[in-house]
Design a protein. Structure first.
Lengths: 324, 231
């Protein structure tokens, strides 16, 4: 039911995002440009197909991917506070990009970000095997995050003003930089991620019962964690390189979904988490676009935290002890 | 099919061997009880047998002479060997039915423990430890109709829940399955041994782990004798 509502909201938001913009269009013109039939104006077609559509698709895909990733990481570490941001994975991506942008390496951003994310993930996965408690793992992730953060600061301190500026802008996060093919590639990643989760839904559910239990139930731990690691690294890397280091979405989305829905098996949660991830991303980007139009230019990351934090607090307020 | 350990060495590292080399056969259709103080290596032995802890050396297999199931054949192995830990998993939001469905057909539980079916739509996290542990034993029975390995499954349970759990295991043994269980429940051991027919007892065993080796004890030991022995 709640997922259905989220679906309706998502549809409305998608429509608004495509329909509304700084350049006004009549309904008929808009429709012609969207369907590319009749004789749409070149300006309108360009705006729809090269600005609004990629931006909307990027927001939806990134929201879905980060929501799923939050869910997967929370399952993997059996910790409700896990998420790409908290575990330092996103900052790993930042470091990668900082190294590439600030030191002038001619490396595509997505490779730099993915490499950074994967490095941190491997670090955390190795550490998680050693630490008995998931809380320790989380603290470790936070420490990695701080250390990586200060490495980025050091790089910034010695960078040129020009590269510094481009890095700072990247760090604020945006859904608006991706081209149509990049947005489509995010969509493809959503599909790949969905297929993997459907295939491994049983393993994921078993993993929630504990590592020993999962292992004796037939989950090969090395293979399972290897696949998760690769998936998380590629997804966070790709999203981070296109949209910047997005705070919050990954951690918050599963909790928002769990607040509205009772189902806890991964197969049942996939749809809802995806919906809420996309809704939260579109809502935040809506605020960004409205402030952009008003000349205030709020960065996406600020909006995400500003609106996301109270939502998560509200959710947690209602569930004082049951983390499941 | 019997559970067999061959030259099995148990421990966390070669410098810190807990047990072995161990050659032992646990007979199918029997209840095998394992005693031993904290830190004796009971849990490590069980976790090694179910492959949650890698053996330092040696092998584990399930065989009846003609057929042999080895842990390397993961899907066959998991159908012959299931594990129950001392504490049911905490903070699991899956429903009982969903947990069972991971290992088999949930409606099979009806025949073993009809009362448990009432919990089918509850979340695991909403149950008491006693209820959850019975759910986990039922899950293990869905996974494997051969061997169940349990690590002090009654440690956190009250008397009533302990009795239900013993009953479930007795049922599994009566159907021809094997049970290997570490326990501190001396009272339960004594009561169980007194109630069993000779045929079951002839396939069962009681052993204690001491100084890195497995020592057999008479099945009809009284709980006073056993506590004396373990003290």
């Amino acid at each position: 039911m709640a997922t259905l509502c989220a679906g309706v909201v998502l549809t409305c938001l998608t429509f608004l995002h495509l329909r509304w913009g700084e350049v006004p269009m009549g309904t008929a013109e808009w429709w012609e440009a969207l369907c590319r039939k009749g004789e749409p104006s070149a300006l309108h077609t360009t705006i729809l197909w090269e600005v609004r559509l990629p931006r909307t698709l990027t927001a939806i895909s990134a929201g879905v991917l980060l929501g799923w990733l939050g869910m997967l990481l929370q399952t993997w570490f059996r910790n409700p506070l896990a998420g790409p941001g908290v575990l330092g994975i996103t900052s790993g991506g930042s470091l990668g990009v900082a190294l590439a942008v600030l030191t002038g390496l001619t490396l595509p951003t997505w490779i730099a970000a993915s490499a950074g994310c994967l490095t941190v993930l491997v670090l955390i996965a190795v550490a998680a095997r050693r630490f008995v408690s998931p809380v320790t793992t989380l603290v470790f992730g936070l420490m990695v995050s701080y250390a990586v953060g200060s490495a980025v600061t050091l790089l910034q301190a010695s960078a040129s003003a020009e590269s510094l500026q481009s890095f700072v802008f990247w760090g604020m996060g945006t859904f608006g930089k991706a081209t149509m093919w990049q947005a489509t590639s995010l969509g493809a990643l959503v599909l790949a991620c969905a297929l993997w989760m459907l295939r491994r839904a049983g393993w994921l559910d078993m993993w929630t019962l504990g590592e020993d239990m999962a292992q004796t139930m037939g989950v090969p731990p090395a293979q399972f964690q290897g696949e998760l690691l690769l998936l998380a690294g590629v997804v966070v890397g790709w999203v981070t390189s296109l949209c910047g280091p997005l705070a919050f979405l990954g951690l918050a989305t599963p909790h928002v979904h769990k607040f509205f829905s009772k189902a806890r098996s991964h197969r049942a949660m996939m749809g809802g988490v995806a919906m809420w991830g996309a809704v939260l991303a579109l809502l935040s980007d809506g605020v960004v676009r409205v402030t952009d139009a008003g000349g205030a230019h709020w960065p996406l990351n600020a909006v995400l935290a500003l609106f996301g934090a109270p939502v998560v607090v509200a959710v947690l307020w209602k569930r004082t002890h049951d983390w499941s | 099919m019997n559970l067999k350990a061959s030259k099995l060495v148990v421990g966390h590292s070669p410098e810190h061997v807990l047990l072995g080399p161990l050659d032992h056969v646990w007979k199918a259709g029997g209840m095998h009880l394992l005693l031993g103080g904290n830190g004796s290596g009971k849990s490590s032995l069980l976790r090694t047998l179910v492959q949650a802890l890698p053996a330092l050396s040696g092998h584990v297999s399930i065989s009846d002479g003609d057929h042999e199931v080895k842990p390397e054949f993961r899907s066959k192995w998991t159908k012959s060997m299931a594990f129950v830990s001392s504490r049911p998993p905490q903070q699991v939001g899956l429903t009982v039915k969903e947990v069972w469905a991971l290992s088999g057909n949930p409606s099979d539980v009806e025949a073993w423990h009809p009362d448990l079916m009432r919990l089918a739509n509850s979340r695991l996290s909403e149950l008491s430890d006693g209820q959850a542990q019975q759910v986990m034993v039922a899950r293990a029975m869905l996974q494997s109709d051969r061997w169940l390995v349990l690590d002090e499954p009654t440690a956190f349970l009250d008397v009533k829940a302990q009795r239900r759990l013993w009953q479930m295991l007795e049922g599994h043994v009566a159907r021809g399955g094997g049970v290997l269980m570490a326990t501190h429940d001396l009272w339960g051991v004594e009561r169980w041994a007194q109630a069993q027919p000779e045929a079951t007892l002839s396939r069962s065993s009681l052993a204690v782990i001491r100084e890195g080796a497995l020592g057999e004890l008479p099945l009809h030991s009284s709980k006073e004798d056993l506590s004396e022995l373990l003290a």
